[in-house]
Ligand binder design. Sequence first.
Ligand SMILES: [Fe+2]
Length: 486
Amino acid sequence: MAHFPDTPGFTGVLRPLRIECDIHDLEVEGEVPAELDGTFHRVHPDAQFPPKFENDQFFNGDGMISLFHFRKGKVDFRQRYAQTDKWKIEREAGESLFGAYRNPLTDDPRVEGMIRGTANTNVMVHGGKLYATKEDSPPLLMDPLTLETFGYTDFNGKMKSQTFGAHHKIDPKSGNLCNISYASTGLLTRDCTYLEVNPQGELVLETFFEVPYYAMLHDFGLTEDYVVVHVVPIVSSWDRLRAGLPHFGFDTKLPVWLGVMPRRGEGRDMRWFKAPKTVFASHVMNAFNDGSKVYFDIPQAEGNSFPFFPDVDGKPFDPIASRPYLHRWCVDMNSKKDEFESVEQLSPMIDEFPRIDERYVSQPYRHGWMLVMDPDMPMETAGSRASGFRMNKLGHIDHATGEQKSWWAGPSSMIQEPCFVPRSATSPEGDGYLIALVDDLNTNYSDLVILEALRIEEGPIARLKLPFRMRSGLHGNWADRSKLRG
Ligand SMILES: [Fe+2]
């Protein structure tokens, strides 16, 4: 008998879904463009069994993968659990055996030493395989169409790191999947790696580097010449784990660092620049370099944005300071100082989950999209993401003109991370579609909406209608049909 906690993390918007299903030919309002030919995978945490602790973190749920398969104007839907080692042994036991988020001290002795990953953070097709990832574990490989789980890989023993990050990027020039990992030699270690996996699925580069302090390295930036890593004081320690505190806490006493390493260099070539002040920043929109100058675009908040990773000194959470706004950080590799050149705010919109036309990863680029929270719009229903944010708009920024546009999803709606799909492989930057799940908290249904990416203010041209409300998720990616086979 499953009894989930009667807590905000498991009720309302965050009620567990646990639905594995197939829907042939989704109901559609409007018309799905026939040139959309491929797959959209996305993932949300969805605990298979009630957690061992009722205050369990949202990020601790098992990865539930959703697949929208687009073909000739029709879309099939499939949803399956990522069958991690954790999922399998718990399914056999009929209960949760792993304990608190990133705290093995709370686990059942039966699972000691096992990989704790849940594959609940990102999904991306590379070399014909679906990589389902979480940053505390190796990547889990799955079939992109059947969603059958193959299992974890260490790339035939080549990957020395114990972990593989969850914000992989495909280098548009080499086609390599590029990534960073942290806690690479064990929980709470300062050892990190930069990795590249070629389109054949072979690990072709792994170099270690060390961060100034252990922190959640959730995302990173890639430029033509550099790997860029932001270290923000979302920190932890064995003391925290022994005390049963949430794995991460926010420490405003520590500086923010930006590490820049030549792509063709070694980890020891990493150069560290100190930010002018301690801020919160997580997801990267894009990065690029112009000679020695490195530009890094990222939503930045004055204070901690994660209420579930509380201040280490007990300072109360400040919802206004938690609001992120897109900024551009700049450092100069020719500078003699270890300081930033500049920090510039790029948008007045409260924004996170930034995306771009990913053919421009690592390159100078013009268009960006993001989830936006507009607190001035009416909200008829209660509910928000685990972060407390109610993302009710999609936003578009044109970096060339500075023009910013948005589309409001309505008073009862909340939007999940968008994804850009080019109209064709050769269409100009930004020419294509933006797709995103919109959860209606009033009707309790979700739609996958399709918008013209450069005219989002006009609203969806089509809505794919799911017969249930999707659980709040994390990340997802488009794969063109040509990418589905290795
Ligand atoms: Fe993320």
